[in-house]
Design a protein around this ligand. Structure first.
Ligand SMILES: Cc1ncc(COP(=O)(O)O)c(C=O)c1O
Length: 389
């Protein structure tokens, strides 16, 4: 393992050189079944030919034009993305380069909307405990987990964290005189695949509409078909003011997006925001393939079916080591009685890649094309490990 990297990641001892479908290959040629999809990034798997071709073709034209100009491919991508998010009320998009940058954009829209309408002081953004919104100073400030809040202060002022699920607390905290926005992951990813209930989200939407607070969904991990609908919030049958996306958006090419609808759609004006790599043509070309592939009812239904199959197989183990199974579609969390990290290490040894989310939760985010037999194969490996540790 190279020692020139800053020591920021607790890495497992493997170096990959190539991938194909649901598989990755290491330097020795050993193959690994990938239940991680790069933490929900490689949603179409590895080296998916239409994605490879689209990127190669675009690279043969140009990799980048600056945002003084529009490129044909980023315009086509933006139009398609807004159309895919129209059921959630989205009308406009700002293309960014990462999830944190997308959430920064969302916070800027909420603050400007509130400032222009109500004046200074009404700038707070409420997020949930256990949330994860990114690693920049402001998105760390928005992240409701204390473990990320050491060493890097002072943080951006104006973020409040509340426990998810408590409607009375939500009501009390969404004070119309001080709150500009509510930022929620419909299913929290990093803290253990924790879904919000329909009742909670419906109440959040009602309170935000009543008090003119922007309702913002961070769909960076749970969006782009991951839960079996294009956006996870579709399950809740509410409309959002803002949606942020990244990870799977361009199938592995770095990208993010802030979408806005209704009163939030035109808040940002010329000169308010920008990003050198936002709308990058390579990312846009890849994103068009992702949207063309994923945003189809039959494809999304398959994601739901495969997720149900995975959950049913794990449930069928009737293992005393499995405490709870959560999630929707191919975004699954499994609480186990022991520690998750040794399971990840043992799985790697046996050629299976899985994630953890918290000390005792295993997390599965496989690529959407994973086959039924690959699901069975991976879960059989996992079952053996869980029973043995
Ligand atoms: C829900 C959520 N929001 C934001 C982020 C930050 O995204 P990025 O790492 O692209 O900045 C992540 C990354 O894990 C995430 O899961």
């Amino acid at each position: 393992m190279s020692d020139v990297f800053m020591n920021t990641y607790h890495r497992l001892p493997v170096t990959f050189t190539k991938g194909e479908g649901s598989w990755l290959f290491d330097v020795q040629g050993k193959k690994y079944l990938d239940f991680t999809a790069g933490i929900a990034v490689n949603c179409l798997g590895h080296a998916y030919p239409p994605l490879v071709n689209a990127i190669a073709e675009q690279a043969g034209k140009f990799n980048h034009v600056c945002n003084y100009y529009q490129s044909d491919v980023s315009a086509a991508f933006a139009e398609k993305l807004v159309a895919a998010c129209a059921p959630a009320g989205m009308k406009k998009v700002f293309l960014a380069n990462s999830g944190a940058e997308a959430n920064e954009g969302a916070c800027k829209i909420a603050r400007k909307y509130s400032l222009r309408k109500y004046g200074p002081g009404r700038h707070r953004i409420v997020t949930l405990k256990g949330s994860f919104h990114g690693r920049t100073i402001t998105t760390l400030s928005a992240t409701g987990q204390d473990k990320f809040h050491k060493d890097f202060g002072p943080f951006t002022e104006g973020f409040l964290f509340i426990e998810g699920g408590g409607i009375a607390t939500l009501d009390r905290t969404l004070d119309k005189f001080s709150v500009a926005g509510l930022l929620i992951e419909a299913i929290q990813g990093e803290s253990g695949i924790i879904p919000q209930t329909r009742e909670y989200i419906a109440e959040a939407a009602r309170l935000c509409a009543e008090r003119d607070i922007l309702l913002m969904f961070d769909e960076i991990q749970c969006g782009i078909g991951r839960t079996g609908s294009f956006l996870a919030l579709e399950y809740y049958k509410v409309k959002a003011d803002i949606v942020t996306l990244a990870k799977g958006l361009c199938g592995g090419v770095p990208a993010g997006a802030v979408l806005a609808g209704g009163k939030a759609a035109d808040v940002l004006e010329s000169g308010d925001h920008g990003s050198t790599f936002g709308g990058n043509p390579l990312a846009a070309a890849a994103g068009l393939v992702v949207l063309d592939t994923v945003d189809r009812p039959e494809f999304l239904k398959e994601i739901g079916r495969k997720g149900e199959k995975m959950r049913a197989l794990i449930k069928g183990w009737n293992s005393p080591k499995v405490r709870e199974i959560r999630g929707r579609g191919l975004m699954i969390g499994v609480d186990i009685t022991g520690e998750a990290w040794p399971v990840l290490e043992a799985a790697l040894e046996k050629g299976l890649l899985i994630l953890s989310a918290g000390a005792n939760t295993l997390r599965f985010l496989p690529p959407y094309f994973i086959s039924d037999s690959e699901i069975e194969q991976g879960l059989e490996i996992l079952r053996g490990i869980i029973e043995a540790v």
